[in-house]
Design a binder for this molecule. Structure first.
Ligand code: TYM
Length: 337
């Protein structure tokens, strides 16, 4: 039976990279597995968010805002278990148990830690370094079979598989299931609108670099109009976009929005310049995001409802997490209180 698990850091804003790279797949898989008797667990990774400095009041508000954004984007708390990680202590508990299995050498290879710690590695928090072990616990705890994520999380998922395999082998158990990443081909990596070689990210200081799901139609149109491009017309062969990262990104976004191959988009626009392509793309984005931002505005007015839904999800997640956590303690020879 399919068990889908994924998380997102609560930062207030959901951007187009999150949406096309991950959340849209959450919604699709939620609807698919609900019909097959499987289930889905989606959570706000607030315990991950504290590995870099976070203002406590902002973190609390962001958990609620991001939960509302996920529901507005189609995550249905009646079909999927939606909760915040800190409400389920089994996540950090299992992470601690897995710290005995994860190797420092494995964590040293994590590119996201290298990027986030930058030149100040010695000054980075221990949490930022150990972060992928918590992420492994997040999915192994529920016996996830499928984990819908963007390309940047692939390495973390591979680590989760390595930890699971080593634990099962070292303690001669068949406890942890190996999760498969589900990465959408067209939207695996949505790039910044200002730099086609950097991924679209909430940490980019320029808001012009990303489309937020809360942006109004004028903001979306302005961001696409000002998006960096090159003066050449669009080619007819996708391979010719390889050396044109900004053009490739915009065409890729268009393809992802319409769920069609890049080649099909190029077949329609080959020979045309960005003066023609950009307004079409902006219109497409506005159409896709309008229902989401309308629903989000409604939910934002009803914070109590979001809190209630999260509490309900957390109770279900705490129950679901019990068997694997208990088995992990037992496998290690630990007696719990
Ligand atoms: P986070 O919060 O950075 O991103 C949430 C999801 O959005 C995807 N994503 C993108 N996809 C395509 N293009 C982009 N520019 C882009 N930016 C973000 C991410 O790949 C992710 O799927 N560590 C995770 C959260 C996490 C998690 C987990 C995920 C914690 N525990 C367990 C899966 C399973 C993170 O920081 O994602």
């Amino acid at each position: 039976m399919k068990r889908v698990v994924s998380g997102i850091q609560p930062t207030g804003n959901l951007h187009l990279g999150n949406y096309l790279g991950a959340i849209r797949n959450w919604v699709r898989m939620q609807d698919e597995v609900a019909g097959e008797g499987g289930d889905c667990f989606f959570f706000l990774a607030d315990l991950h968010a504290i590995t870099v400095h976070n203002d406590p009041a902002a973190l609390r508000a962001n958990v609620r805002a991001m939960a509302a954004a996920l529901i507005a984007a189609g995550v249905d708390p009646d079909k999927a278990t939606l909760f915040n990680q800190a409400a389920v202590p089994a996540h950090p508990e299992l992470a601690w148990l897995l710290n005995g299995t994860a190797r420092i050498g494995w964590l040293n290879r994590m590119t996201q830690f290298k990027e986030k710690s930058g030149k100040n590695r010695e000054g980075a928090s221990v949490g930022l370094f150990a972060y992928p072990v918590l992420q492994a616990a997040d999915v192994l705890l529920y016996g996830a079979t499928h984990v819908p994520v963007g390309e940047d999380q692939k390495q973390h998922l591979e680590l989760a598989r390595d930890i699971a395999t080593k634990f099962n082998t070292d303690f001669a158990v068949d406890l942890f299931r190996l999760p498969e990443p589900i990465i959408p081909p067209a939207a695996a990596r949505i790039m910044s609108l200002r730099d086609g070689t950097a991924k679209m990210s909430k940490s980019d200081p320029s808001d012009m670099s990303r489309i937020n799901l809360t942006d109004d139609p004028d903001a979306i149109a302005a961001k696409i109009r000002k998006a960096k491009t090159d003066p050449k017309p669009l080619p007819d062969d996708p391979a010719l976009l390889d050396a044109r990262p900004e053009a490739r990104n915009l065409v890729g976004i268009h393809a992802a929005l319409g769920d069609e191959p890049v080649a099909d988009v190029l077949a329609r626009y080959a020979g045309q310049g960005f003066g023609t392509f950009k307004p079409v793309l902006a219109e497409r984005l506005v159409e896709t995001l309008r229902p989401i931002s309308t629903r989000l505005a409604e939910l934002t007015r009803d914070a109590g409802e979001v809190d209630r839904l999260l509490a309900r999800g957390a109770a279900a997640a705490r129950t679901a997490a019990k068997p694997v956590l208990a088995a992990a303690y037992a496998a290690l020879g630990l007696t719990r209180g």
